[in-house]
Write a protein of this length. Structure first.
Length: 758
């Protein structure tokens, strides 16, 4: 639409606006509008205005004004000098209302709002004209001036547009433009006893600011007729164009400001920035980053189809962003004491442990204390293990992350039979090393020293509501569906290096989730950690599909509060319940998951007909179902947003790309480039791979690139060998650049580390 407008000369500059009402805090739905309006302005080198629609002083406050500005800036957008208020234009709006009266297109009505509604008619019957509809222009001008002078009480009269009482669009049946309201405005004080209605004010604000594209949500679709009518009948300085898109309805949330205010006023949450709230302030305090929200808005995209967005899509964007920003550390949230009897009392052995996984090009280590007494997660031990159990049990071994292999020799119980301690022995030759006798170890668990670790408050947040759509049941209040387990506060044990981490720091507690140091609760005291989002745990998800099953570990069944895995199981059960109500969708979901596709990707494909059709077609070409699903759900929407869709993506060409990925013939970066070419220019994947030289080079061919980069940067090599290991990311980037993205990043990392040791 915008491209066509510019090409045809309707506009020479793109001007959008984000127009919130300052009657509450912004929420995740507003984030989509912010990213869309400011993003389009950036894309077309235009500008986006921040404009407050402050036409209802009773519900508005300066607190909300400041919160809105803070949230927009936090998301990464700037309006420069273009911050406006509807109240800036009150005088001009009044003059435009007078202009309509003079043209015989507006009149003062003394009916009550109840009478106006009753006389509006029905879809099949025209409305009844007001007895005041045919007043003279002079009388209406006088009455409207007296309304402004404050002569009338609230509700005594209104100004209505004189349009069409039989219009099929009932909003055109003489809509109200002004009402009497004696209320102090946060900017204009008591200067105005009358205030314009949103429908009257909004289009005038757009026109005065020369907005070219007024983007709003679908509930204003019918209001566009009023928008256009007003601008056609006043001497507006410009003619903006209103376009509607679907609002963001996110599962397990409500985004009505009125209902969010209820949550605050009823004490369900602490405040607007409670980390369980879907407000931008709440998400920020929980530890979600602006980048994750922007990515989520981009992934959801713009559509006119009103639907509810799977909450898992937001969680995916959060994890994807935090994965590259969160060093890995050890923390235990439900501690079970373990005594390693073969270690001496009182001694501490310090080991170097990596902070970053291999797929994140960052370097760094910390000192981790191994002591005789440690804590492990209670759920990592079972004395009644199910088949396939890979954690700790009596008589069996596991590896401690970054530490030794230990064997459980004895289980200590209290008088009630509860497990209170494990007594274990360790293999002294296995510190970050495989057993010399070649025996296989079942699994790896995390832990924290009981004597060197530090207890810290950890707040485990989950979804605020227990059902996907809390507003769907007309017979119940949405508050009936508040999740009683949306917040669980526990005392966790943190490894000592990070017990007093700085506020606003992010970490991944290995096998527990991504966490954030809350700046509000921490202050000058001990760090308080918020769980931002859980990690996906395939084992626990499978075991917890039926938490009451006898196959589930006995200790986990005893827990009164769900942990991250149990919450995932609850969500899975809810989804399964929804599928039971729709046999066709259930069959589709089961067909997809039978191909080993992950349940989150399968859920998206099940509910998106176009995505499912492509998936099915690609699978018929014998391409990998798992990789195909992942790229359809995650990569294809991003590629379409970035490159457009000048050419329809054929199933054959997409399947060919998936086969290249599965065969490891292209790197992820190269595959994304090829996908962009397929969308923008058509063709087939193999041809593009060859023409652009994107085929992945063998590891043996990477070494010359590695050596060339090291030879070209001797100073950096010297610094790295002197201990500045953060430079590894610099070297990886240079090699990837030299190889034009054809080298595998993991192989590059390994080769660099080998060469830098010499």
């Amino acid at each position: 639409m915008i491209d066509a407008d510019l090409k045809e000369g309707r506009h020479t500059e793109v001007v959008t606006r984000f127009p919130p009402e300052p009657n509450g805090y912004l929420h995740i739905g507003h984030a989509k509008s912010i990213c869309l309006n400011f993003g389009l302005a950036q894309q077309y080198n235009g500008r986006c205005h921040l404009r407050y629609d402050d036409t209802n002083p009773i519900t508005e406050s300066i607190e909300y004004v400041e919160a809105i500005a803070r949230d927009v800036q936090w998301l990464g957008f700037d309006w420069g000098e273009h911050c406006y208020f509807a109240s800036d234009y009150f005088e001009q709006m009044y003059d435009f209302a007078v202009e309509l009266i003079k043209k015989g297109l507006a009149y003062v009505d003394h009916q009550s709002l109840e009478e106006i509604r009753a006389n509006r008619g029905t879809v099949n019957e025209p409305g009844t004209p007001s007895p005041y509809r045919d007043r003279s222009v002079e009388e209406n001008l006088d009455l409207f001036a007296r309304m402004r002078a404050g002569e009338f009480e609230d509700g005594a009269c209104v100004l209505r547009g004189k349009i069409d009482m039989s219009a099929q669009n009932m909003l055109l049946r003489d809509p109200v433009f002004y009402r009497v309201k004696h209320a102090t405005h946060h900017r204009t004080g008591d200067a105005w006893p009358i205030y314009p209605m949103y429908d009257f004010a909004h289009c005038i604000e757009d026109a005065l600011e020369h907005i070219t594209h007024s983007l709003c949500t679908l509930e204003f679709d019918n209001n566009r007729a009023i928008y256009d009518w007003i601008l056609e009948n006043i001497s507006a300085p410009s003619r903006p164009r209103q376009t509607e898109f679907a609002r963001m309805n996110l599962e397990y949330t409500v985004v009505s400001k009125r209902k969010l205010l209820q949550l605050v006023n009823n004490g369900v949450v602490e405040s607007w920035d409670d980390p369980r709230m879907p407000t931008i302030a709440g998400l920020r305090r929980r530890g979600v980053t602006p980048a994750a929200i922007r990515q989520f808005a981009e992934d959801v995209g713009v559509t006119r189809n009103d639907n509810r967005i799977d909450y898992a899509r937001l969680e995916y964007c959060i994890r994807d962003d935090l994965n590259h920003k969160s060093p890995r550390i050890l923390a235990v949230l439900d501690p079970l004491k373990v005594t390693i009897t073969t270690l001496p009392e009182g001694e501490v052995e310090w080991v170097d442990a990596d902070l970053w996984p291999h797929d994140v090009p960052k370097e760094g280590t910390r000192k981790l204390p191994i002591t005789r007494e440690i804590y492990i997660e209670r759920s990592d031990f079972s004395d009644d293990p199910p088949k396939g159990w890979r954690r700790l049990q009596e008589g069996e071994e596991v590896r401690l992350r970054h530490g030794y292999i230990i064997r459980c020799d004895e289980v200590v119980r209290d008088a009630d039979g509860n497990v209170v301690e494990l007594r274990c022995s360790h293999d002294p030759d296995t510190l970050n090393a495989e057993p010399k006798d070649g025996r296989k170890i079942r699994g790896v668990i995390h832990w924290v020293s009981a004597t060197e670790g530090v207890a810290r408050e950890v707040r485990l947040y989950d979804r605020l509501f227990s059902v996907p759509d809390p507003e769907a049941d007309e017979d119940k209040n949405f508050l009936d569906f508040v999740n009683p387990h949306s917040l669980e506060v526990v005392q966790g044990w943190i490894e000592p290096a990070f017990a007093d981490a700085a506020p606003e720091s992010h970490f991944q507690f290995e096998r527990n989730g991504y966490f954030y140091v809350d700046p509000v609760s921490t202050g000058d005291g001990p760090a308080v950690f918020h769980r931002v989002v859980t990690l996906r745990d395939g084992w626990s998800r499978a075991q917890q599909a039926d938490p009451a099953s006898e196959k589930a570990p006995r200790e986990r069944r005893r827990k009164q509060q769900p942990d991250g895995a149990e919450q995932a199981a609850q969500r899975l059960a809810e989804r399964r319940a929804q599928l039971e109500q729709n046999p066709a969708l259930k069959a589709r979901f089961e067909q997809i998951t039978a191909l080993q596709v992950g349940e989150e990707d399968a859920w998206v494909l099940t509910h998106d007909d176009a995505a499912y059709a492509l998936f099915e077609a690609v699978h018929k070409h014998n391409a990998s179902a798992v990789i195909g699903a992942r790229w359809i759900v995650n990569e294809l929407p991003r590629a379409k947003d970035e490159h457009g869709e000048a050419h329809e993506l054929s199933a054959a060409s997409f399947a060919q790309l998936i086969e290249l990925i599965a065969a490891d013939r292209v790197t992820g970066a190269a595959a994304r480039e090829i996908l962009g070419l397929l969308l923008s220019q058509g063709g087939d994947a193999v041809t593009w791979m060859r023409e652009r030289g994107l085929e992945r080079i063998d590891d043996s061919d990477v070494l010359p690139y590695v050596q060339a980069v090291l030879d070209a940067h001797p100073n950096e090599v010297e610094q790295y060998r002197a201990g500045s290991h953060k430079l590894l990311g610099f070297f990886i980037g240079k090699v990837m650049q030299a190889s034009e993205g054809r080298a595998d990043a993991a192989s590059v990392r390994t080769l660099l580390q080998e060469q830098l040791k010499s």
